[in-house]
Each structure stands twice: as C-alpha cells, then as structure tokens.
Design a protein around this ligand. Structure first.
Ligand SMILES: Cc1cc2nc3c(=O)[nH]c(=O)nc-3n(C[C@H](O)[C@H](O)[C@H](O)COP(=O)(O)OP(=O)(O)OC[C@H]3O[C@@H](n4cnc5c(N)ncnc54)[C@H](O)[C@@H]3O)c2cc1C
Length: 318
C-alpha cells in the first residue's frame, strides 16, 4: 500500500486494489485502469471514503456492472468504488410491514434479482429482463426499454451525498425521465420497489417473451455497452426517434474505426474487438455523431458514460 492509500483506507473495512484494470471489467472489455478500486464492506466505510477523498480532493467514481461504461485507455485518476460486498446486495421484503414493498441494495445484480423475484411470483422488475445492470446503475440510468423502465416501480431511493451523509427520497421527490433521473447525490445505496404477487408461471412466460424480444433486437453476444446514443427527439416531429434507425438510414451500419465497429445487427450498438482500444469506440462515436449531424441535422448525445482523465463524472459537491 502507498502512503496515500494507507491514509485513505488503512483503518477502514474495505478491500483495495491498486492500478486496477476496470476497463477490461466493463462490458466493453476494453479500456484503462483506476488508481484504486475500492470495495467497501460497510456503509460506514463507504461514507468515510467519501469524506476523506473530499478532504484531500481525490476524485471518486462509482461503477456498477460496467454495462454502460466506456473507460478511456489512459484510465482514471483516484478512486473507483464497487458495491459488491454483501452489505450492499441485501434484499428485504415487506418493508415497513407492507407486502408490496421490497428494498434491494444498489450492488445487487438486476438480472439475478428479477429472476429470484420471478421464482417467488413477485412481479415488478420483469420489464428489465435482459438489461445487464446493478440496481444502482439501473436506477441512475433509469434503465428500460419497450416494456417499461425501472423508474415505473421505484417507491424510494437512499443515497449518500458527497459529504458521506445518507439521504432518502420518496417517490414524490423523484423524477424519472428517459434514461435519466433527478438524483444528484453521487451514490445510490438502495432502492425500494413496488411489487405485486402474480402466478409464477404467467410471470415466467412474460419474462420469456421479453427475453426473446431482446435477443431478436439486440446483439447481446457482442462486447458492447448497449446503446451508444440516447434516442433523440426529432426536431421536425417532436417525437423521440430511434438513434439506431437514424444511424442505419445514414448508412453507417458496419462502419469501422480501428478496433471499434458499428454493429451490423443494431446500429446503435458499438463493439470493440478482443484486445481492442476504448479510444477507438470513443472516436467512432464522434465520427457517427458528425456524420448524422451533417446528413440529418440531428445531434446525437451519448448514452454510454465515458470516463477519462478530463471527464466531469467524478463525484462533486452535490
Ligand atoms: C448487451 C447490453 C444491453 C443493454 N440493453 C439496455 C436496455 O435495453 N435498456 C437500457 O436502459 N440499458 C441497456 N443497456 C445499458 C446498461 O445495461 C444500463 O445503462 C444499466 O443501467 C447500467 O448499469 P450498471 O450497473 O452496469 O452501471 P455502470 O455501467 O457501471 O454505470 C453507469 C452509470 O451509473 C453510475 N452508477 C453505477 N452504480 C451506481 C450507484 N450505486 N450509485 C450511483 N451511480 C451509479 C455510474 O457511475 C455511471 O455513471 C445495455 C447494455 C448492454 C451491455
């Protein structure tokens, strides 16, 4: 351990990995490292990390499953946090004595949680079938698709602010929009979802249908982070339109830049070759954005979160 890591984490209940290869742990399987990858084992340790890193102005970022992340090849300075310790993956039924409320830790895997719910006939999260995510990442991104969004079933969310204080928000304070929320606190700790009891067989059939839809429409086997761009609002019609369709219409399916390619299956999915460069995907995104703007006058905005040495994703003064 370096002197910095000893002074930051030495007395805390955390696991620390220095010079950690976070890029290759993301779904793109490409990109650089973080100075420190920290896995706190308790909420208290997590809160203390935030306080200390703020005092010495060390950047902190949080990574879920890395399914919507592109980490630049030069990596990121400071601390990246992952909430995969059991304390952050707990599931608690009957919250406040109410059968319809379930609390799930931000570090829990969304797919495992929804399958566990399905086995018990607990409906609520099944519209997210096939979306790779942690609960925290899914809430942060308001993940969803043709069958619904996670925000539709959120009852409450607990966060840590950048000073390490817990804040709990009820549904009336939360706003979920297309792939975004009004949550400004840097770390989501847990969410409470509204669920209902259903026939497990009918629920499983619905999940199968949603999984089949995902498989038909998305190249799930490739190394990608889902949709590169948010679906833009068409300036002529005012209606949100598929970015993939626009990219396809501009003739960019299969476009290649270095080791990155616009998927031939779904034009809003970018993939990176094995041992490829994250920077190629970032630059390919810039190329596609420019070509779409030239051809259609529509500005695409990235949905994939890019971390590099200049980004403003680090946890700030929320
Ligand atoms: C094959 C594939 C298919 C996909 N299909 C869909 C789809 O259909 N619909 C859809 O919406 N998305 C889809 N995605 C994108 C991705 O699944 C979602 O964006 C998901 O919500 C990312 O969650 P994550 O835990 O991996 O977050 P990460 O990718 O790890 O992080 C994304 C952002 O969330 C932040 N974050 C993560 N955890 C927390 C936390 N606990 N507190 C605060 N902030 C946090 C990160 O700092 C980052 O800014 C797909 C991705 C892939 C690879």
């Amino acid at each position: 351990m370096t002197r910095l890591s000893r002074s930051l984490f030495g007395d805390l209940d955390v696991e620390v990995e220095m010079d950690a290869p976070i890029g290759v742990e993301s779904w793109f399987c490409a990109g650089g490292r973080a100075d420190f990858l920290v896995r706190p084992r308790t909420a208290e340790a997590l809160s203390e990390i935030l306080k200390r890193s703020r005092q010495i102005d060390t950047p902190v970022r949080i990574m879920g499953e890395g399914a919507n992340l592109l980490v630049d090849d030069d990596g990121v300075p400071g601390i990246v946090i992952r909430l995969d310790a059991p304390a952050f993956r707990a599931v608690e039924h009957n919250v406040e004595g109410r059968l319809e409320l379930v609390r799930v830790g931000a570090g829990a895997d969304l797919a495992r949680t929804l399958m566990r719910f399905a086995r018990a006939g607990t409906a609520g999260l099944e519209s997210l079938m096939g979306v790779p995510a942690s609960i925290g990442g899914a809430v942060r991104m308001n993940a969803g698709g043709a069958y619904g969004e996670i925000g539709d079933v959120v009852h409450a969310v607990a966060c840590l602010d950048s000073g390490g204080r817990v804040r709990v928000y009820g549904a009336d304070e939360l706003r979920f929009d297309y792939r975004s929320t009004n949550i400004v606190d840097p770390i989501i700790l847990w969410a409470v979802f509204r669920v209902s009891q259903e026939n497990p067989i009918a629920l499983r059939e619905r999940i199968k249908e949603i999984a089949a839809h995902k498989k038909r429409t998305q190249p799930l086997g490739d190394k990608s982070a889902g949709c590169m761009f948010r679906n833009p609002v068409d300036p002529d019609t005012g209606v949100r339109t598929s970015a993939g369709r626009i990219i396809d219409e501009v003739g960019l399916k299969g476009l290649r830049h270095g080791s990155a390619t616009v998927s031939t299956h779904h034009a809003n999915f970018f993939t990176i070759d094995r041992n490829g460069r994250a920077r190629d995907a970032i630059e390919l995104g810039d190329l596609v954005r420019d070509r779409v703007l030239d051809a259609r006058g529509i500005e695409l905005h990235r949905e994939v979160v890019v971390w590099d040495r200049t980004d403003d994703e680090r946890i700030g003064d929320a």
